[in-house]
Design a protein around this ligand. Structure first.
Ligand code: NAD
Ligand code: 6OD
Length: 488
């Protein structure tokens, strides 16, 4: 891989034939050219899957658990040694501020290998002693086997973090992978190929095919008969397409999908902290984190104060050069995505919203005017069945609704087809536990947001996903349990 050309990584090497079709990767900051990306052909996907299968049967399949886990730690070490290269690549693809990427994206890219290397070494399985009909006994125990070749399809919002969140446990469990990064952000996944070679991961264990979804690498990978399981993070409707592709081969799926997450703010909260953390929960990464809050429910007696506080935080964000540490908000991922987000500005107005702040694009100087910048936006006054309150927007936007009773807030929070994440702000301990248990979501943060313990179950209810990732929960997906029954 060179700076300006992103190749596919298959069977331990970059595929560098000059004749290959490419597509352009443009910066969301100013529209400048970041790189040309090689478009994987169907044949490339076949070769990647075959290489992954061969590695399973060959050196990777034969490697001891101890050796495999040592290699995963070396991958993490090497990401940290090449931290600045990963950081720069991630920032160039996404436009996200260095202050964010250097604290979250790249450190988690490394940590995701360590946590699962340790988890797999400490995982136990069940045993049962059975009384048999003839008065004897049998010992039943389970063993974990890798599922095989895993297809990994990734989104663009946290490219390295979300890709390694799947590749880490997949490899820890002894599987091999073929990764399809987002067409918007392929660079760090591709760069990781170099790291795999540097630390001695056998050829074919980690493969990357670049391209799009339908009629491209995404579809070819997920419907491939040589793929044993598919793990996907992205939009719910893409999940539908991938589920039917995987169904052809009865391949197992793990899905982390969209959300429309609620935040419930009670009058007895620590208001200043609630406002500060809610600003992160709405505007960090320019609103492009699946766990973010686009629906806020605020108890009426603090409604005005909360809205004023969040407005001040929204207006304090500083857009600009993502490499400048003073920049606190980057652009959206693309002009196309901005078109989607701003279409909700129009819908919100048409459906009767009061625009507290934002609702327009930033007026950026020079070439930055060609970027996908958008102002943090707060609405009030919409009904609960309005389009901006019901649909995932995936931008730095939220609607704030007042409530009078706890039950009313919970009912509004749960009135969604999604169920990914939620947060509650209160100093009443009983209420905190009661609300956390009542909100239909895979996670409820109490007086916090995006505090992650990587051993805990992570995933969505309803249309926000299938399955759980994290710690032992990832091992459930990436291994197959087999029972051994021994007559004693
Ligand atoms: P997306 O669904 O458009 O694309 C994700 C990936 O799927 C890309 O690599 C894309 O090329 C591929 N793809 C698209 N169509 C496909 C098809 N038919 N077959 C196979 N692959 C296909 O999602 P996105 O726009 O990249 O990411 C934003 C979305 O992801 C939001 O909805 C967000 O909520 C969701 N997301 C969820 C989580 C989570 O953990 N639940 C995390 C991050 C993002
Ligand atoms: O922190 C994680 O492990 C995780 N999966 C975060 C998802 C963020 C969604 O954009």
């Amino acid at each position: 891989m060179t700076n300006r050309r992103v190749n596919n990584f298959i069977d331990g090497g970059y595929v560098t034939d000059a004749e290959r079709d490419t597509f352009e990767n443009r910066s969301p900051v100013d529209g400048s050219l970041v790189s040309h990306i090689d478009l994987a052909t169907k044949d490339d996907v076949d070769r990647a899957v075959s290489a992954a299968r061969a590695a399973m049967k060959g050196p990777w399949g034969k490697m001891s658990l101890d050796e495999r886990c040592k290699l995963l730690h070396k991958i993490a070490d090497r990401i940290n040694e090449r931290f600045d290269e990963f950081l720069e690549a991630e920032i160039r693809d996404t436009g996200k501020p260095t202050t964010l990427a250097s604290h979250i994206d790249i450190p988690r890219g490394a940590a995701n290998f360590r946590i699962f290397a340790d988890a797999v070494k400490n995982a136990s399985t069940e045993t049962f002693v059975q009384d048999t009909a003839d008065g004897g006994q049998a010992l039943n125990y389970s063993i974990r086997k890798p599922k095989g070749v895993i297809g990994v399809v990734c989104p663009w919002n946290l490219p390295l973090l979300l890709m390694t969140w799947k590749v880490g446990p997949a490899l820890a469990c002894g599987n091999t992978v073929v990764v399809k990064p987002s067409e918007e952000t392929p660079t760090t996944a591709t760069l990781l190929g170099e790291v795999m070679n540097e630390v001695g991961v056998p050829a074919g264990v980690y493969n990357v095919v670049n391209g799009f979804g339908p009629d491209s690498a995404g579809q070819w990978l997920t419907e491939h008969p040589g793929v044993d399981a598919v793990t996907f993070t992205g939009e719910t409707r893409t999940g539908t397409a991938i589920m039917s592709a995987a169904a052809r081969n009865i391949a197992d799926v793990s899905f982390e999908l969209g959300g429309k997450n609620p935040g419930l703010i009670f009058a007895d909260c620590d208001l200043e902290t609630a406002v500060n953390e809610t600003a992160r929960a709405v505007f960090a990464n320019c609103g492009q984190v699946c766990l973010q809050t686009e629906r806020l429910y605020v108890e009426r007696s603090i409604f005005d104060a909360f809205v004023e506080g969040l407005k001040a935080k929204a207006e304090a964000y500083v857009p600009g050069d993502p490499f400048d540490t003073k920049t606190t908000i980057g652009p959206l991922i693309s002009l196309e995505h901005r078109q989607k987000v701003t279409s909700y500005f129009d819908k919100a107005k048409a459906e009767g919203a009061t625009v507290v702040t934002g609702g327009e694009i930033y007026d950026m100087p020079g070439d930055y005017a060609k970027g996908a910048w958008v102002r943090p936006t707060i609405w009030t006054g919409l009904s609960e069945d309005s389009t901006p309150v019901r649909e995932e927007i995936f931008g730095p936007v939220c609607h704030i609704q007042p409530f009078d009773e706890e039950d009313q807030a919970i009912a509004m929070a749960n009135d969604s087809t999604y169920g990914l994440a939620s947060m509650v702000w209160t100093q009443n301990l009983s209420r905190a536990h009661r609300v956390a248990a009542s909100v239909d979501a895979g996670i409820c943060w109490v007086n916090s947001w995006f505090l992650r313990d990587l051993r805990t179950p992570f995933g969505g209810s309803k249309r926000s996903g299938i399955g759980r990732e994290g710690g032992l929960h990832s091992l459930e997906f990436y291994t197959e349990l087999r029972n051994v029954c021994v007559r004693l």
